[in-house]
Ligand binder design. Structure first.
Ligand code: COA
Length: 142
């Protein structure tokens, strides 16, 4: 498996949008708007690949010079639980450190809290609703 940074608007980015749509949006009856995707131009986009196929992805978005936020973490359904999410998280953390960020934070879905806890993240908010489902802010010092 290869982890790499991908560019907005490329065929790899189209694969990423499809994967995110399949795993994170369609099950909730939602989809991405062109405006949402346009705003991702300045984000750090990350994919895990086997040959040409994307197996999982995530992205980093600057909140301020100290803090970067993880978004859109998703692994293909059939391949969950095999260490791909952990590898994506490690890659994203190293990238964030290299770019000088001190804190990584995220809005974690309630049912993925156990995953992020295993990666060393702590819940720092009360529960709130986003895209119709319960979330918590989680974060970790890099
Ligand atoms: C959450 C997700 C990204 C994790 O990726 P993954 O490849 O399945 O996770 P890994 O195999 O790397 O798991 C790492 C560890 O976390 C655990 N883990 C994974 N998902 C978990 C979950 N939802 N709850 C609790 N623990 C979890 C694994 O058992 C593993 O533990 P171990 O190291 O003791 O064996 C993936 O399951 C996924 O895409 N889920 C659906 C979309 C989603 O909820 N995304 C997060 C949005 S905030």
């Amino acid at each position: 498996m290869a982890l790499k940074i991908i560019d907005h608007g490329t065929p790899e980015y189209q694969q990423m949008v499809k994967l995110r749509d399949d795993i994170l949006r369609k099950p909730l009856g939602l989809s991405f708007t062109p405006q949402e995707l346009e705003r991702e131009k300045n984000n750090m986009l990350i994919g895990a690949f086997e040959d040409e196929q994307m197996l999982g992805c995530c992205m980093l978005v600057e909140e301020n010079p100290q803090t970067v936020r993880l978004r859109q973490m998703a692994v293909l359904n059939d391949l969950q639980g095999k260490g791909i999410g952990r590898a994506l998280m490690n890659f994203a953390e190293n990238l964030a450190r290299d770019r000088g960020y001190k804190i990584l934070s995220m809005h974690a879905r309630k049912n993925s809290i156990g995953f992020y806890e295993k990666m060393g993240y702590k819940v720092t908010s009360d529960e709130f609703i986003e895209i119709t489902i319960p979330h918590y802010v989680m974060e970790k010092q890099l």
